[in-house]
Write a protein that binds this ligand. Structure first.
Ligand SMILES: [Zn+2]
Length: 367
């Protein structure tokens, strides 16, 4: 995406550049193919209706973004208020226009209905996500609510979600621990023993979903004395050398630095706590489905050979017409390798790495 930064600058200085911004939108609209409209869920057979829906959504988001930027410029706002503005915007718009509110993929690639569902006996999983992750197509933690009974995801720094997280921490009917790789963290068996004494074995695990730097900051949000639990070194992904999320993330999931995706970490911990191998494998299978769908959204090939989520007829028709036949350039942009985000509008994809939020948003503007 050559103009991600440019677009972001435009958005930050919208008052001066409104005309230019609209011109950019019109340019993007020109390349909005039927295939893309199907992917966004706005294709209804009428060539103009989808484009109208696109403009409408784009305008609404743009207005809200402008309001957010203006409010954040107010020097009297403290960091908590700024965070609330930021997270409220992200909660509403995520990173990509039209994306599914749950799996954060485009509607045409939504994996929510394809997630195997599992029922932990004693453990409840809460994902605490940073706004840099929220709405990102390549995020893993967002599939956990669809995968695990009783699981939910909360957005760090969002006022309502922070209240919900405090309630979880104050719930004395469960033993709650933050999944955190500290040397003084409990091992799963220690946590299970403690929960056995205190809360009849019932456990809530809070898993942070953030880059390493953000996760450290988020950990500081938790009250002193919050229990922490870590994975025993020998348990982590014993059969995988590299994180399953690696094909959609450039810097994450490197086991050498001790980092795995949120889903993998949770799957391993649940296995330690509950011993349910089918659940462990099922969670990893769900992650593979998500990764492959994200690859498709980024115009890349499947890496796990999960079934293509798009209706076969639509795909065949598209292939039959040849690459680029519908004007989006889909398929033409990746000759192999993970060399960065999709250059074309057709992918509606995000930047890599999770930490470059402005790029993701910039690309999302093109979505
Ligand atoms: Zn979905």
């Amino acid at each position: 995406m050559e103009n991600g930064d440019e677009l972001d600058e435009l958005l930050a200085g919208v008052y001066e550049n409104e005309d230019e911004l609209v011109a950019k939108l019109m340019q993007q609209l020109q390349g909005l193919s039927h295939k893309q409209q199907r992917l966004y869920g706005i294709w209804d057979g009428n060539p103009d209706a989808g484009k109208r829906a696109f403009v409408e959504q784009w305008r609404r988001r743009h207005a809200e973004r402008r309001a957010m930027v203006a409010a954040m410029r107010d020097p009297s706002r403290d960091p908590t208020e700024r965070m609330a503005l930021r997270t409220s915007y992200i909660l509403r718009w995520r990173k990509v226009l039209f994306s599914c509110p749950n799996c954060w993929l485009l509607p045409g690639l939504c994996v929510c209905g394809r997630m195997g569902r599992y029922f932990p006996q004693k453990t409840r999983v809460v994902v605490h996500a940073h706004h840099g992750e929220w709405g990102s197509a390549s995020n893993s933690g967002c599939i956990l609510p669809a995968s695990l009974e009783g699981s939910e995801i909360l957005l760090y720094g969002h006022p309502d979600h922070d209240v919900a997280m405090r309630e979880i921490l104050n719930d004395t009917s469960r033993t709650t621990a933050l999944l955190w790789p500290g040397s003084d963290s409990l091992l799963p068996e220690g946590l299970a023993a403690l929960a056995g004494q205190r809360t009849e074995g019932r456990i809530t695990v809070v898993a942070l979903d953030a880059t390493w730097g953000n996760a450290r900051r988020m950990q500081g949000w938790f009250p002193k004395g919050t229990l922490t639990v870590r994975l025993p070194p020998e348990s982590t992904l014993k059969e995988n050398k590299l994180s399953l999320l690696r094909p959609v993330r450039r810097y994450r999931g490197d086991l050498e630095s001790g980092r795995v995706s949120t889903v993998e970490a949770v799957a391993s911990l649940l296995y330690e706590l509950e011993g349910d191998e089918a659940m462990y494998r099922g969670l990893l299978d769900n992650l593979k489905i998500k990764v492959d769908a994200c690859r498709l959204q980024k115009n890349r090939t499947l890496v796990y050979d999960t079934q293509a989520p798009e209706p076969p007829s639509a795909r065949r028709r598209y292939r039959g017409r040849g690459v680029g036949a519908d004007g989006g350039g889909a398929g033409a942009s990746h000759k192999g390798g993970d060399g960065g985000g999709s250059p074309s509008l057709s992918s509606a994809s995000e930047g890599e790495g999770g930490g470059k939020e402005h790029e993701e948003e910039g690309e999302a503007e093109g979505a």
